[in-house]
Design a protein around this ligand. Structure first.
Ligand code: ZN
Length: 433
């Protein structure tokens, strides 16, 4: 996918403009000049216009949790292919996790990732490691990493097992003003589990990962956040128990935020029944009661972000027996369509809430400014069509990897791409007349 340079001045006509921060939700047009929104209204004109045919234009979406695999695992994804997948999926920015090789634990590597991402319209904001080599032993130079551009700190892929290290990281989070992102898992309780521990895992003969593995680690990290006053962000929250602990902590005034993934919102452990290794990830797909609790939390707006935990893996690491397969699924190119189809069409969320949870919510977690639809605002917009019906076909993915549990799903609502400053990047070609 090559980014396309946009005309100097143009009009996007016949769209539905949604920006919850501005209280905007109406049919209308935008005029953009030199990458800045200059007019918002109806019957606007410019030297060239693109008919949006009722597509939704909204502030650019942001994915808080992406594994770009570069440096080190370029067979599965590169920074560039991850950016292309993001643009195709409607994301103008993302935070990438540090479990690369080398780990994002030094300023030089963080700077390299930022430089590598430059030149494509999707912004990449590295999350640096909490501990050197993600080994859980020694804190990284958090101040220097933050100054280099890290937006958060995490040992994601693994938990930060030592509570004393986690305590000090949370204390530093106050100094560097960035969250500690917790992959909450007690590895002693997870052991060699391959899926959620339940009646289904027993029936399938697969080793289980119990809920308590996530619940205990979540509660420990919440207690440490409460004790230190630091900012804890819970990644890929998946159990009802962790959700309740999170909601109660928020009520007590603990500085804790959380994200949930599309796969935990839309699938349960029953999806593992065909032994499709693309249903294997950490935390694992839980039970229907957990899934319903997460859905309710969306309705109640208690969770800040939907994040994909986009985790590309090569075909080879997935065409093996279930308990030997790699953990993780791709998500950048399906998230928006899935959530629109299954949440808006089924009345769980309003369109403006979806825009909010994909644009404003995640950026607030990492303290980034939120793009806006208003005159004078630099252009950073997502375009998706709410009525476009499509089927998830992995051969159409821009990602290098195809490990999606949603392959074959029929969805309504699909991103076209993104507008960022002076460029377009996306699945469809701009159609200026
Ligand atoms: Zn994780």
């Amino acid at each position: 996918m090559e980014p396309i340079r946009l005309p100097k001045k143009y009009c996007l006509k016949g769209a539905r403009l949604i920006d919850p921060v501005q209280g905007l939700d109406k049919a209308g047009d935008l005029v953009i000049e030199n990458g800045v929104i200059t007019e918002i209204g109806s019957d606007l004109s410019a030297p060239v216009c693109w008919d949006m045919q009722g597509a939704i234009i909204c502030p650019g979406f942001f994915d808080l949790h992406v594994h770009l695999r570069e440096p080190g695992f370029e067979d599965a994804e590169t920074i560039r292919t991850g950016q292309e997948a993001a643009a195709a999926g409607g994301f103008t920015g993302m935070a990438c996790m540090p479990n690369t090789e080398p780990t994002l634990d030094q300023a030089g590597v963080v700077r390299w990732v930022i430089q590598q991402a430059d030149g494509f319209p999707v912004a990449v904001h590295p999350v640096a490691a909490v501990t050197k080599g993600r080994k859980g032993e020694e804190l990284t130079e958090m101040v220097e990493l933050r100054e280099t551009g890290a937006v958060g700190f995490s040992d994601d892929g693994s938990p930060t097992a030592n509570p004393e290290i986690m305590r000090r990281a949370l204390e530093y989070s106050l100094l560097v003003k960035a969250p500690i992102i917790s992959h909450a898992e007690d590895l002693d309780l997870s052991r060699d589990g391959a899926m959620h521990e339940s009646e289904t895992s027993t029936r399938l003969g697969l080793p289980g990962i119990p809920r308590i593995s996530e619940d205990i680690a979540t509660i420990r990290d919440i207690m440490l956040a409460e004790y230190t006053g630091g900012h804890l962000h819970l990644a890929h929250l998946s159990t009802e128990g962790a959700l309740r602990a999170f909601e109660e902590a928020v009520k007590r005034g603990v500085r804790v935020t959380a994200e949930v993934t599309p796969h935990h919102l839309l699938l349960s452990d029953k999806a593992v029944e065909g032994y499709d290794t693309d249903t294997k990830m950490k935390p694992p797909l839980r039970e229907e009661s957990d899934r319903m609790a997460l859905m309710e939390s969306l309705k109640a707006k208690s969770i800040q972000a939907i994040a994909t935990d986009h985790a590309p893996h090569t075909f080879e690491s997935k065409v093996v027996p279930y308990d030997e397969a790699a953990f993780g699924v791709v998500g950048l190119e399906t998230a928006v369509g899935l959530i629109w189809d299954r949440c808006v069409d089924q009345g769980v969320m309003e369109p403006a809430d979806i825009v909010s949870i994909f644009s404003q919510g995640p950026r607030q977690v990492v303290g980034l400014s939120v793009p806006a639809i208003k005159a004078g605002a630099p252009m950073e917009l997502t375009i998706f069509h709410p009525e476009e019906s499509w089927q998830v076909k992995t051969e159409e993915f821009y990602s290098k990897s195809i490990n999606s549990p949603f392959k074959g799903w029929e969805l309504k609502g699909r991103p076209w791409g993104i507008l960022k400053d002076t460029h377009w990047a996306g699945r469809v070609e701009p159609d200026f007349k």
